[in-house]
Design a binder for this molecule. Structure first.
Ligand code: MG
Length: 348
């Protein structure tokens, strides 16, 4: 009898702890995840408004506690001359008391050496390098070339594992309707396995030159699955501390808004071409990422975006004359299957 009670008590405590662990995900985020020699202020520590919690106190722990300061309004800054040259990133541990509980979490702050040359390799740099689009090899080529960003597409398996591929199906197999065990066995034409998002992000965050432009695809199973996929993506980016590297794009307006709800710091651009710049600005978008046809039909939108402080990205531009026109209009990014040509045009 006593043994039974002990077992029940043990199981109850296990489930209570498990529940606490699940609810204990930090609702905190930084408004920015980079620093540089000329930028001592990193950003603000904020609490997700969806939680309605209030910050009480924050303490910095770990090896960078003597390097960083927090102001009364929770601005995180680096003390002048305190970071050793050559450091690429810092894992900052914050111990935070809030009205909804206490949290200890790690935030990765990255030395902002990200390249600013407008070149976004569409599905990686694959076309002229002989590797498969959306492969890790294509990402590595874009990084080696010195592109500002490398774009890739994310779907989710039936058991909620995230995979990189453009179409909803790969080699006749539906990603959304298949298990990860089946999908992991699929080989791309360059010999690589179908990459998971986890492997892809791990390959991308070993450097701090090229941003990762993550497209959340609409699920063929409908809106609820697209939103579930979005939640998994943001969770994984945060688990890997990859916030500094990842910008988000999607054709689905609700997916874009879900990313901003989950991760108010995230830079999100809309792909579908049916929203004017003023509406995107009102909804806190980072920018638009529209097909060149949309901008030919709406010739004022580049200027309107610039006036509204939105970034302008245009896809998929492979033609030299069009690249030159867009560079003259001072767009922020050009997404292309010909990153080599665009790099030549900008003189790199
Ligand atoms: Mg894409």
């Amino acid at each position: 009898m006593a043994k039974c009670i002990l077992i029940i008590l043990f199981q109850m405590s296990f489930f209570m702890l498990k529940g606490l662990g699940q609810n204990n995900k930090t609702p905190l985020y930084l408004t920015n995840y980079t620093y540089s020699n000329s930028q001592n202020d990193i950003g603000y520590i904020r609490i997700n408004p969806a939680t309605s919690a209030q910050i009480k106190t924050i303490k910095i722990r770990g090896e960078y506690s003597k390097v960083l300061t927090i102001s009364k309004d929770y601005k995180l800054s680096i003390g002048k001359g305190k970071v050793q040259p050559g450091i690429k990133q810092m894992d900052v541990v914050l111990d935070i008391k809030t009205s909804k509980g206490n949290f200890k979490d790690t935030f990765r702050i990255v030395n902002n050496e990200f390249i600013r040359n407008k070149v976004v390799a569409h599905r990686g740099a694959w076309k002229n390098t002989g590797v498969t689009e959306n492969s890790i090899a294509a990402l590595k080529n874009a990084i080696a070339m010195g592109c500002e960003g490398s774009e890739f597409d994310v779907h989710m398996s039936s058991d909620s594992v995230l995979f990189i591929h453009h179409d909803p199906g790969v080699q006749g197999v539906s990603i959304a309707k298949s298990t990860s065990a089946v999908l992991r066995d699929i080989k791309l034409s360059n010999g690589e396995r179908l990459p998971t998002l986890e492997d892809y992000l791990k390959a991308g965050i070993g450097q701090n030159k090229t941003k990762l432009i993550l497209e959340i695809k609409m699920s063929e199973l409908g809106k609820a699955s697209s939103i579930a996929l979005t939640n998994k993506v943001v969770q994984l980016v945060e688990k890997l501390h990859a916030q500094a590297w990842v910008d988000y794009i999607s054709f689905d307006y609700d997916v874009c808004k879900e990313v901003m709800k989950l991760a108010p710091y995230a830079k999100v651009a809309y792909l579908n071409g049916d929203k004017a710049p003023a509406e995107l600005a009102q909804n806190n978008f980072f920018g638009f990422d529209y097909h060149f046809n949309v901008l030919q039909k709406n010739p004022t939108w580049i200027k309107e975006a610039q006036q509204n402080k939105l970034t302008v990205n245009v896809w998929t531009v492979n033609d030299k004359a069009m690249m030159e026109r867009l560079l003259q209009e001072n767009v922020d990014f050009i997404t292309t299957n010909e990153p080599e040509l665009l790099l030549t045009l900008i003189g790199k």
